[in-house]
Design a protein around this ligand. Structure first.
Ligand code: AMP
Length: 214
């Protein structure tokens, strides 16, 4: 099963993607996390990506498309994959070419802007394993111990691009660049209400994958 998750930052693509990955035993390929890993490892791609990411801009389309193309041919993608955060614009969709036709499900998460900004300003990411938490009591999941990852005890940090200024810029880029991709594939895209808790959103997506509708 090949799935693409669309939606603005903070809509829950990463969180729900991880839940789907566990249920269907297919890898979650988060474009942003792959780039952050490359930055951490200091690879060529990481060096190119760094300044774009920290300023909240998209990395060049050929760079990210090659990263994704190289990733999806690995053995663990044999039974499918979940793509989170790719393609982010029409150019990337074009470069992905006929692989776009092989996608079984395109899911779009929708949530009100104020909620996205609220979720993103509370978001904290594990420096070590990339696991994502939220420090706002009304957002899931809160870390069990403040500032520490439940899974690996790594330190939690606020991403440079999760500040209010960078978030607003990223949301504007989403409207300008990603919304046209959703328009282009509108006959294949299923919209999901992503305004409440992760379990409810997850169940809606599973219904779509298993029954074809919510
Ligand atoms: P995310 O973790 O999805 O919020 O992505 C974080 C950052 O990584 C984005 O703001 C971009 O700088 C970069 N990025 C992630 N995915 C893509 C993509 N498909 N195309 C270009 N840049 C990307």
């Amino acid at each position: 099963m090949k799935i693409m998750l669309f939606g603005p930052q903070g809509a829950g693509k990463g969180t729900i993607g991880a839940m789907l990955s566990k249920k269907y035993e297919i890898p979650l390929l988060s474009a942003g996390q792959m780039l952050r890993d490359a930055m951490k490892e200091g690879t060529e791609v990481g060096k190119i990506a760094e300044k774009y990411i920290n300023e909240g801009n998209l990395v060049p389309p050929e760079v990210i498309t090659n990263v994704i193309k190289e990733r999806i041919v690995k053995d663990d993608c044999e039974n499918g994959f979940i793509l989170d955060g790719f393609p982010r614009n029409l150019e990337q969709a074009e470069l992905f070419g006929e692989k776009m036709d092989e996608i079984d499900y395109m899911i779009e998460f929708e949530a009100p802007r104020e909620l996205l900004i609220h979720r993103l300003t509370g978001r904290r990411t594990c420096k070590n394993c990339g696991e994502v938490y939220n420090i706002h009591p009304d957002c899931d999941p809160n870390p069990k111990v403040s500032g520490k990852c439940d899974k690996c005890n790594g330190e939690l940090y606020q991403r440079e691009d999760d500040t209010e200024e960078a978030i607003k810029k990223r949301l504007a880029i989403y409207d300008e660049e990603t919304v046209p991709v959703l328009e282009k594939y509108k006959d294949r895209v299923v919209k999901i209400d992503a305004g409440d808790n992760p379990q409810a959103i997850f169940e809606r997506v599973v219904k779509v994958l298993e029954k074809g509708s919510q």
